[in-house]
Design a protein around this ligand. Sequence first.
Ligand SMILES: [Mn+2]
Length: 278
Amino acid sequence: MTKMRATKRRKLVQAPIHDGVLKECWYPRKGLKMEAASSYIPKDNEEKPLGEDACFICEETQTIGVADGVGSWGKKGIDAGEYATELMNNASFSVLEQAEEEGSVCPLQVLHEAYWMTKAKGSSTACIVTLKEDFLHAVNIGDSGFLVIKKGKVVFQSPAMQKRFNCPYQLGNERDTPDSAQEFKVDVEHDDVLVVGTDGLFDNLFPHQIGSIVHNCVEGKLSPKMMASLIAELAWYHSLQKDRSTPYTKSAMEVGLVQENYLGGKYDDVTVVVAKIV
Ligand SMILES: [Mn+2]
């Protein structure tokens, strides 16, 4: 991936039209870019070595997507990982097409197009984030999602969309459509960090834990690739533990599914994408 230097120069931009006259003016734009990298740790399964998550990073259009095929399709002999992979392939295709034809990317439109193009059987959660005009524009359906971290503090977290415990909203055959998705617009600045992931991340690490790893990594000047790997490895490690409080067991306790003091992680595929705003 080509790294882009931050630019603090003032740019000539078009001001809004007043009285029908298009005026030009100077004002400071942040000129932000994302430097992104991913890490994926699929569950150990010889029959399904690629797991059920999928993701893409499109540097040209400053867009990231993650998806998590819903595992219960396995009971019907369907590998929902194929749905998630096709959905993300179609999303990356749609992102490039939109950028070329319209000059920018609309995540909700990408999700609609990817959904209609995807023919595999199964269903999947999905989260697509793009950086545009110094804002993150995002769309999310289900329990994948994203965090924005500023100086080690989580300043934004997309909410998980679940119908009930461990049953996310999902795109797919006989399931939900992109009309159920939530849209977000989040202001970002130089040095903020975006973390996008599947529930294998968010069920095993609390947001403040992700924030503090990111903070330490930024202090240590680690690359987005190193940050993504460290976060994914810690989430995976917690997923195997039986004596640790995790978001997964905390939620299970809150809905009364398990007794108090129930501990442990949720063993799952873990996808993490980290983007440094530069
Ligand atoms: Mn998952």
